[in-house]
Write a protein that binds this ligand. Structure first.
Ligand code: SF4
Length: 462
């Protein structure tokens, strides 16, 4: 056959069958089990029954710096302890660490450990704040018709029934209110209070457009079982309310509560079932940031919720040296899926004071998102968002109107939330060039850079 004839024959596609993957490479399925807590001297004698007891966890949660530093004696060097002590003095958040969380930290590498980085500040790693950082960068208080109730989106409200959490995170976006006062921050307190709650209910009931209520805080883990039931049933009884989300960091820092606090888990189940009977959605939103926060205990807890038909979604915060690589973020997303938690959002770190060392650039977020998307099913792939500073709400990180990687300024619009306004996000200073850092050091230059970015954004905005 001549070459000319051969060229006319249809080509048979070479099958692109994927080779099998080594089961041992699927490490997101390897969840820590066994008495891992016994490597901490203080918990050496604690057996599984005791460690899984939520009351024991709550009772032994470390709530002051002296106790934390005492628990770390013998585990870390005196130099690290001194560094942490100084770190807490400068931190906007007070200390609260559960025995479970303390046990998950690798104290052989306290400086590099991604869990330590999120909860125990060390002075030597802190960076100067960007001049545009704020304690309430999302302006939640400005959008609050009633203290502790933020109404920003047309059909959704955020209800903060209390101001405590089972853990205090360094990066908290609500550092203006959550936890105890610190040396540098006097908090706006939103304590559980019937009168304040009644006003919030009245407002929600008076607004027919409000369909979706997030019950956060603080943290829904801190609500007593009866309070979970009362809040859930009161809101479900309102004809306008169609969806409830109880938000809690709990599964990431004390998953055993779901297994052993029967009253709390039963109260949540009761509200979910009532919602189902009324054809209204009630779900749990949680907050895992690193794959190591998910253990065999987490899986058992999530299995229990799944058996009860309770949907769990996750919202992560992108943080430097915690989860700012495609590999770690992909591992987190796959592990969440493995324990039946839907990865919903990854937030580009809010412009919160005192944690500049944790923030990444927007460019980092875009890069990681590109690598995560496609690693698993779309419904299990998180959306990377910038919660637009100043109250624009969550914007898809890619949807900026303008992004100047040199000055680190990105500009967003939010037509359905605040039409006509533009919202600015700023990359961390230490990631910018020397020239740009010098410009940010000069307050007169801020306006010049911001005006230019806004003008460029207005050329694109539609
Ligand atoms: S659990 Fe949530 S609200 Fe509480 S300190 Fe952490 S980030 Fe803030």
């Amino acid at each position: 056959m001549s070459t000319a004839v051969l060229n006319l024959l249809p080509t048979v596609p070479v099958p692109a069958i994927k080779p099998p993957v080594e089961a041992t490479s699927l490490t997101y399925r390897d969840l820590e089990r066994g008495p891992f807590w016994q490597k901490i001297p203080a918990y050496r004698e604690v057996d599984e029954k005791q460690f899984l007891d939520h009351s024991w966890q709550a009772k032994h949660t470390i709530t002051n710096i002296a106790k934390l530093l005492k628990a770390l004696e013998g585990l870390v060097s005196p130099a690290f302890i001194a560094d942490a002590e100084e770190g807490f003095k400068r931190a906007p958040m007070s200390v609260r660490v559960s025995p479970y969380l303390l046990s998950l930290i690798d104290w052989n590498d306290p400086y590099g450990d991604p869990l330590r980085i999120q909860f125990v500040p060390v002075a030597s790693r802190l960076l100067p704040d960007h001049p545009k950082l704020d304690l309430d960068s999302l302006h939640e208080q400005q959008d609050a018709p009633v203290p502790g109730l933020t109404h920003r989106y047309p059909d959704k409200a955020l209800f903060l029934p209390l101001d405590t959490c089972p853990v205090y995170c360094r990066f908290c976006t609500r550092s203006y209110a959550i936890g105890l006062d610190t040396e540098g921050v006097e908090k706006v307190h939103l304590r559980a209070n019937d009168e304040r709650w009644r006003k919030a209910y009245e407002y929600i009931a008076s607004r027919p457009e409000l369909e979706d209520i997030v019950i956060s805080g603080g943290d829904a883990y801190q609500l007593r079982a009866q309070q979970i039931e009362d809040i859930g049933m009161t809101l479900l009884a309102m004809p306008n309310v169609r969806r409830l989300r109880f938000a809690t960091k709990g599964p990431a820092v004390m998953p055993m509560k779901i297994l052993t606090d029967d009253a709390w888990t039963d109260a949540l189940t009761k509200v979910v079932e009532k919602g189902r009977a009324l054809h209204k959605e009630v779900v749990l939103h949680t907050h895992f940031n690193h794959p190591r926060e998910i253990t065999g205990i987490t899986q058992d807890a999530m299995n229990k919720l799944m058996e009860r038909g309770i949907t769990v979604r996750n919202q992560s915060v992108l943080q430097r040296r915690v989860n700012d690589t495609p590999e770690i973020m992909t591992q987190l997303v796959k592990r969440l899926g493995h324990v039946n938690v839907h990865p919903y959002y990854v937030y580009v770190h809010d412009l919160v004071k005192g944690v500049e060392d944790l923030r990444t650039t927007l460019d980092t977020a875009l890069y990681i998102e590109k690598h995560v998307r496609g690693a698993t099913a779309g419904f299990n792939t998180p959306i990377f968002v910038v919660d637009a500073p100043g109250g624009g709400g969550k914007r898809d990180a890619h949807s900026y109107e303008y992004y100047d990687r040199e000055s680190g300024i990105s500009v967003y619009s939010a037509p359905a939330v605040k039409a006509g306004q533009l919202f600015l996000y700023y990359d961390p200073l230490d990631q910018l060039s020397d020239t740009m850092r010098r410009r940010w050091a000069d307050p007169a230059e801020h306006e010049v850079m911001i005006r230019l970015a806004l003008a460029k954004a207005r050329e694109h905005v539609r």
